[in-house]
Design a protein. Structure first.
Lengths: 134, 305
């Protein structure tokens, strides 16, 4: 492998129906079932389940991209990072007001089963992503 | 030439308005098909990455999963038949149903009972008319399927596959999908594939004998990762089938409507000719009547002089 590609991560953030973001990055932070994990170049091969949360991508140009994702997977091999999630949104695609309302509604539903908690986590992630971007 | 000119005019008019409708449907199908193809392409990265992840697990760990286990003595199979909601698409739905019937025959020949699951109103109507039981059917999305629908269908099929004898849901040992593969605008072919138990073949090459496996870390554990990975893989395969079917449906509809428009053109031409002939015949008859009348008059006058 060439010297230059050793230092960066090739990142793909993929939702079920589209490619949300792809590009080169120096660091990726995601929330797995075990807790937050940060991926730097030359990370060991990893395959992990992620939960509803925020994914943080530091690009080579020094920019930070933030995305809200649903439960899915993070796979790392040969400096390639793919984040798979059935639904994923970049922070600038999220309407903060609407996301807040969704969160209120999800919390207000007051149900305590798995699906309701998942909805709350999803709404929280979207609000967090939108807030951090603005 | 039994009909009058007026009746032929009416026929030409109605054929013309029919032609306008089929032409509009052709154009609508043509514009939607591009979107359908784009959707199918947009879904490709997810399927590709998922396949890569699944084959990584399959290659680098020795975990067996319920979804990949071949049942020793398969007795029951489920078939998901993907057709369209609406007709006017030529032989699209009937060729999928024919392929499905072939598969059902084959499975019955192997001594397996077949449960039928359908997607699209056409398949639902087909089995209802023949009073054959359908385990479950989904309708209302055939020309633009969403991932949520695919996820729901996938969840149902996985549940039946994992169910044991005696559970509430009917347990099956195999799941097949019959859908139409979109090869090109001109060529779509009905295909039957086995969805479950899963066979993972594509992707990362297996390591050579004696090579050390790259140490994949699995979080939380290989079996947990596989547990959530495989159902998603199945759902993404179903989503792929639905997208292909949607593109095929639109292509078939475009082709059928093009043929219908051409036929209407032909018909209008034919009717116009007959109508003109009838008109000409009428004129000729009138002239000969006049000439005959004049002659008779002249004869009568010549006789009286």
């Amino acid at each position: 492998m060439a010297e230059s590609t050793d230092k960066v991560l090739q990142v793909e953030l993929v939702a079920a129906d589209r490619l949300v973001w792809s590009g080169q990055a120096t660091m990726v932070i995601a929330r797995t079932t075990e807790g937050d994990v940060g991926i730097l170049p030359n990370h060991a091969p990893l395959l992990s389940s992620i939960i509803e949360g925020v994914v943080d991508v530091q690009t080579v140009e020094g920019e930070t991209w933030i995305a809200a994702v649903d439960a899915g997977f993070l796979s790392v091999a040969d400096n390639r990072v793919s984040i798979l999630s059935e639904r994923a949104e970049m922070s600038h695609e999220i309407d903060l007001e609407k996301a807040r309302q969704d969160l209120e509604r999800a919390k207000g539903a007051g149900e305590n089963d798995d699906a309701a908690q998942e909805a709350v986590r999803r709404a929280e992630a979207r609000v967090r992503a939108a807030e951090r971007a603005s | 030439m039994a009909l009058s000119v007026r009746e032929y005019r009416a026929r030409i008019k109605s054929t013309e308005s029919m032609k306008k409708i089929t032409r509009a449907m052709e154009l609508i199908a043509a514009s939607r098909i591009i979107k359908a193809q784009q959707r199918a392409q947009a879904a490709a990265p997810y399927a590709r990455e998922l396949t890569r992840a699944v084959s990584a697990v399959a290659t680098f760990s020795n975990v067996d999963h319920a979804l990949t286990l071949e049942p020793e003595n398969p007795k029951k199979a489920a078939i998901l038949i993907v057709t369209s909601d609406r007709g006017l698409a030529g032989a699209y739905s009937s060729s999928v149903l024919k392929e499905a019937e072939r598969l059902i025959e084959k499975l019955r020949g192997e001594g397996k009972d077949v449960d039928i699951y359908t997607s699209g109103r056409k398949a639902e109507a087909y089995f209802k008319f023949r009073q054959r039981p359908v385990a479950q059917s989904w309708t209302g999305f055939s020309d633009q399927p969403t991932y949520d629908v695919a996820a729901e269908i996938g969840a149902t099929l996985i549940e039946t596959f994992l169910a044991e004898e005696g559970d509430d849901v009917a347990a099956v040992d195999e799941v097949h999908v019959v859908y139409t593969r979109f090869r090109s605008m001109l060529n779509q072919e009905p295909t039957a594939v086995r969805l479950l138990p899963l066979e993972v073949v594509e992707g990362t090459e297996p390591p050579e004998e004696g090579d050390l496996l790259p140490l994949y870390e699995f979080e939380p554990s290989p079996s947990d990762v596989l547990d959530s990975l495989l159902p998603r893989y199945v759902q993404s395969r179903i989503f792929f089938a639905l997208l292909q079917a949607a593109a095929s449906e639109l292509a078939a509809r475009q082709k059928a409507m093009k043929a219908a428009t051409d036929n209407a053109d032909e018909l209008i031409k034919k009717y116009k000719r007959i109508a003109n002939q009838a008109r000409q015949a009428g004129i000729t008859q009138e002239i000969s009547e006049i000439v005959g009348g004049v002659n008779a008059l002249a004869d009568a006058q010549a006789g009286s002089e």
